[in-house]
Ligand binder design. Structure first.
Ligand SMILES: Nc1nc2c(ncn2[C@@H]2O[C@H](COP(=O)(O)OP(=O)(O)OP(=O)(O)O)[C@@H](O)[C@H]2O)c(=O)[nH]1
Ligand SMILES: [Mg+2]
Ligand SMILES: [Zn+2]
Length: 324
């Protein structure tokens, strides 16, 4: 057993009330606290640790509560899933290899706006995303074939999955093997249930979808990176209702829709935002059925939010407010 005072590297599995569970290179979990300077949520860098962070720690005496240590440093992140919450940057999870966006086909109804925001977030941080059309047992045969095709044409790998029939579970497990992945989506879409299917024995808490509203009940309340026996780390995350991309310059959004990339080369203006500009190749492609109108609508909705955010930020700066 490593002695007290020894340094070790590891990955944060979960953060809770200023305690962090860190998985070390030997596969042991150590309960750590973080140096105060790492815990300031407003620090630009190093920011306080989140699940997925790679950290450098010092081991303390092992007590009755098991191994313990102190996080001394957080390594720069290779990727991070970041959103805007109450005007501040909120990093949900770091250092992913893969983002699994879980949308249920029914109960709750498929939310394409949220799906497209999460896919754009994965593009932004440079990690591949998979789309899980989950609860496929609730769909009529062929009911979601068009959605499946739209996202495959956009360049994504799409899986129809069910925790009831086990459809798609084995191929998803294969795709996750050896990687660090996070499952994100609206509450009640079945993220925790699906992860429990992927790794029998985990038995994560799941919640019923409300009969009245058709929404989930926000059963999972924090990010937890789970170990599996097939060589994957899987992050279960709390359901998101709205997802605003953190501080993205609006003109960069067009590069986060993979199916736009080649086509937009032909827009009349090199900086075309595919909104009001004349001779826009993307708008023509939508009319010609080459780009899905729903994806273009999602793009315009996100663009509108980013422009509003930019205006609000400029207003705050003008008034001399501290920019969050
Ligand atoms: N019919 C059907 N129901 C499912 C499936 N997967 C999950 N469910 C049900 O959907 C409900 C919500 O599942 P959860 O796993 O708690 O959903 P979640 O996405 O983790 O929700 P939050 O933790 O609130 O974000 C539960 O009642 C599950 O039993 C599925 O494949 N088919
Ligand atoms: Mg859950
Ligand atoms: Zn254009």
């Amino acid at each position: 057993m490593p002695e007290s005072g020894a340094c070790f590297e590891g990955r944060v599995l979960r953060a809770h009330s200023a305690r962090y569970e860190v998985l070390d290179m030997q596969g042991e979990v150590c309960s750590c606290r973080a140096r105060r300077r790492l815990r300031r949520p407003d620090a630009s860098w190093p920011a306080f640790p989140v699940a997925g962070d790679l950290v450098e720690c010092m081991r303390l005496e092992s007590g009755s509560a098991g191994r313990s240590g102190v996080i001394e440093a957080v390594q720069p992140r290779a990727s991070e899933i970041a959103r805007t919450r109450s005007g501040k940057k909120h990093v949900v999870v770091a250092n992913l290899d893969l983002l699994v966006v879980v949308v249920s086909v029914h109960r709750p109804a498929l939310d394409r706006g949220l799906l497209d925001r999460l896919l754009a977030t994965a593009e932004r941080t440079g990690i591949p995303a998979r789309v899980c059309l989950h609860k496929i047992d609730l769909a009529a045969p062929g009911e979601f074939a068009d959605i499946h095709a739209i996202y495959e044409r956009a360049g994504y790998c799409v899986l129809a999955t069910s925790a009831v029939t086990d459809a798609g579970v084995a191929p998803l497990r294969d795709a996750l093997r050896g990687h660090v992945s996070a499952f994100m989506g609206a509450s009640g879409t079945g993220k925790s249930h699906l992860i429990s299917k992927l790794q029998p024995g985990l038995e994560l808490r799941t919640g019923m979808v409300s009969e009245k509203t058709g929404h989930g009940r926000h059963t999972t309340t924090r990010v937890d990176l789970h170990r599996t026996d097939f060589g994957a780390l899987l992050a279960d995350t709390p359901g998101v209702r709205e997802f605003s991309l953190w501080h993205l310059p609006p003109e960069r959004l067009r590069d986060l829709f993979p199916e736009f990339r080649e086509i937009q080369e032909n827009c009349r203006f090199a900086t075309c935002t595919h909104d009001h500009e004349p001779q826009c190749a993307i708008k023509s492609a939508v009319s010609d059925g080459l780009v899905d109108p729903g994806r273009h609508r999602s793009y315009l909705a996100i663009l509108g939010d980013l422009r509003d955010g930019e205006r609000a930020g400029a207003g705050r700066r003008k008034r001399g407010d501290r920019f969050a």
